[in-house]
Unconditional design. Structure first.
Length: 243
């Protein structure tokens, strides 16, 4: 008796299973596209991703520490590899304040509020101390040597959205007068006079193959001299923008 019941149960299960298979197959056949439909369907692809410029400097992390970071400077063949600061309310702040906002006689590398922080001016002046330990802008003095000058002419300014590449074209001792009092970036004639004064100086180390005009954009990199009445300056002209 039990054997007959078991056989009957197995038969019922087999029938139920067969019905389920038929229903599932029918549903798949209704939903699955034919080969012709698949070929006719438009090809769907992900939109192209524009690579764009990716800065090697993590400005988000830097500005989380100090929102007054405007860029980063790196000079070929030197130890100059620092963030650039700018305090709109106090141009002397970074003379004796480090990147983290702590008092430090080495200060920081900085520009003043007279310059645009996007480096779009004809003449952007960047300041840094000449530290005995060789830090900050001490290595600018290496450009007094002609061999070093011509072997290390690349200056890079990194910004969040692009990289500015400059070529050093001159270096010399200058007075400690405020550089931008000698060069009004809003006046083309003033820019020409400033550039002519730079290129006609008697104590100049110069690459005469680099052509510079008042229509270009230049950097004036300034640091201390042994005589406090003077500074040492290195000049570079913008040659390329990577964005």
């Amino acid at each position: 008796m039990r054997k007959r019941i078991s056989i009957a149960v197995l038969c019922v299960c087999a029938v139920i299973f067969a019905v389920c298979v038929i229903l599932i197959a029918g549903s798949y056949m209704r939903k699955a596209p034919s080969a012709e439909e698949f070929k006719a369907a438009p090809e769907v692809t992900a939109p192209p991703v524009e690579a764009g410029y990716v800065s090697p400097v993590d400005f988000e992390a830097l500005r989380a520490v100090n929102p007054e970071v405007v860029g980063w400077i790196c000079i070929d063949g030197t130890e100059i590899d620092y963030p650039i600061l700018c305090c709109p309310e106090d141009n002397s702040k970074y003379l004796n304040t480090d990147f983290r906002g702590r008092e430090d006689k080495a200060g920081s590398i900085y520009i003043e509020s007279f310059n645009s922080p996007d480096f779009s001016d004809f003449n952007t002046v960047i300041y840094g101390h000449n530290m005995r330990a060789g830090t900050m802008f001490a290595d600018l003095h290496r450009y007094e040597d002609g061999e070093f000058f011509f072997g290390h002419q690349t200056v890079r300014i990194y910004l969040p959205d692009r990289e500015l590449i400059y070529k050093v074209f001159a270096s010399r001792i200058v007075s400690n007068r405020h550089i931008l009092s000698l060069c009004d970036n809003s006046d083309p004639d003033s820019c020409r006079r400033y550039l002519n004064a730079v290129l006609s100086a008697g104590n100049l180390v110069q690459d005469r193959d680099v052509q510079v005009t008042a229509d270009d954009r230049i950097l004036s990199l300034a640091t201390c001299w042994v005589n406090p009445d003077y500074r040492y300056a290195v000049y570079a002209v913008l040659t390329d923008v990577v964005s």
